[in-house]
Design a protein around this ligand. Structure first.
Ligand SMILES: Nc1ncnc2c1ncn2[C@@H]1O[C@H](COP(=O)(O)OP(=O)(O)O)[C@@H](O)[C@H]1O
Ligand SMILES: [Mg+2]
Length: 299
């Protein structure tokens, strides 16, 4: 079971005091790898028994992880961090309930959820630097990086949400960005599948033109380069149109490696079309079109 599945299932069992304790641990993790019980107690401002009771409950639910070394301390698990983000999205009236898991990737879990008005939306949980505690304990010198997974995945969600907002406003075909909290993004639900999965995509050259037209809009109107573009992050919808997803790596066009990253994006797409559909276009031709040096594609 992924940590998002754990979080979604037990989220309803948590009370406001549990969230408060999770939140205290989260904040203190900037300073401690394992937050001492005394510290949690200090900030909780409730009797110690209540703190210990909540910590036991959260530990049993696998939302936090306990260590007993020189002192007893706690740190968040991904599921605990997920619960904090879900709680914030529920409070902000972005979501009311969860449905199915849509995909478990290397760097994200994507879930189906319902908005208060009954619309289906997608919730993406970023997962960076996933490492098990057993590994962590064996590694030396890890303390400085102790909660880097938390900061890295938070940063990835912020970057992705910012990029999606900019390209969405520029009219690029992306899921509608709705909200972001911690390492989680809420966005419009999309239908279809990754381009990589299809043998027959209809009018091949039209699909490629549509992709490049969107890359161009992102570049010219939003000054953004995807920087992780491939057939795995392009969705072919049932109506035959495409969508570009997965934007946490996006960079601005004034980034020092902008051209290299744009060319790599284009190369990934062009190699795919050449290999699978024998449709040939050079990176130079595609690049000239995207950056506005050529009005049309020689397709
Ligand atoms: N808005 C969405 N609606 C429905 N499914 C989605 C949505 N966003 C992503 N997915 C599904 O989740 C998968 C992983 O999402 P993606 O953003 O590419 O993350 P990553 O590749 O980093 O794990 C996608 O390939 C797609 O199948
Ligand atoms: Mg992806």
């Amino acid at each position: 079971m992924s940590s998002a599945e754990v979080a979604v299932q037990i989220f309803r069992k948590l009370e406001s005091e549990d969230f408060r304790i999770l939140n205290i641990i989260e904040v203190a993790m900037a300073k401690w790898e394992f937050v001492p019980v005394e510290q949690i107690h200090k900030y909780a401002k409730v009797p110690l028994e209540r703190v210990v009771y909540a910590l036991d409950k959260l530990d049993k639910l696998n939302l936090i992880y306990r260590t007993r070394g020189a002192y007893t301390g706690y740190t968040l698990n991904y599921a605990g961090y997920d619960c904090l983000a879900i709680n914030a999205l529920v409070k902000a009236e972005i979501i009311v309930s969860f449905g199915q898991i849509l995909g478990v990737g290397k760097e994200a879990d994507v879930y189906d959820a319902l908005s208060p008005s009954g619309e289906r939306i997608a919730i993406k949980f970023h997962r960076l630097g996933r490492i098990s505690f057993r590994q962590t304990r064996r590694k030396r010198g890890y303390i400085r990086e102790h909660s880097s997974w938390l900061f890295q995945s938070h940063l990835a969600a912020e970057r992705e949400f910012q990029a999606m907002k900019l390209v969405y406003e520029a009219g690029v075909s992306v899921p509608q960005p709705l909200s972001q909290n911690r390492h989680v993004i809420a966005m419009g639900m999309i239908e279809g599948g990754e381009l990589s999965r299809y043998r027959d995509i209809g009018e091949t050259s039209e699909v490629l033109q549509e992709i490049l037209c969107n890359v161009k809009k992102a570049y010219i109107k939003a000054n953004i380069i995807h920087a992780d573009l491939s057939e795995y992050n392009i969705i072919l919808q049932p109506d035959g149109h495409i969508l570009i997803i997965d934007w946490p790596q996006a960079v601005k066009t004034d980034h020092k490696n902008a051209m290299e990253l744009l060319e790599r994006d284009l190369k990934n797409v062009l190699v795919f079309f050449s290999r699978k559909f024998s449709l040939e276009l050079t990176v130079t031709e595609a690049c000239r079109y995207v950056i506005g040096e050529a009005k049309k594609l020689p397709l």
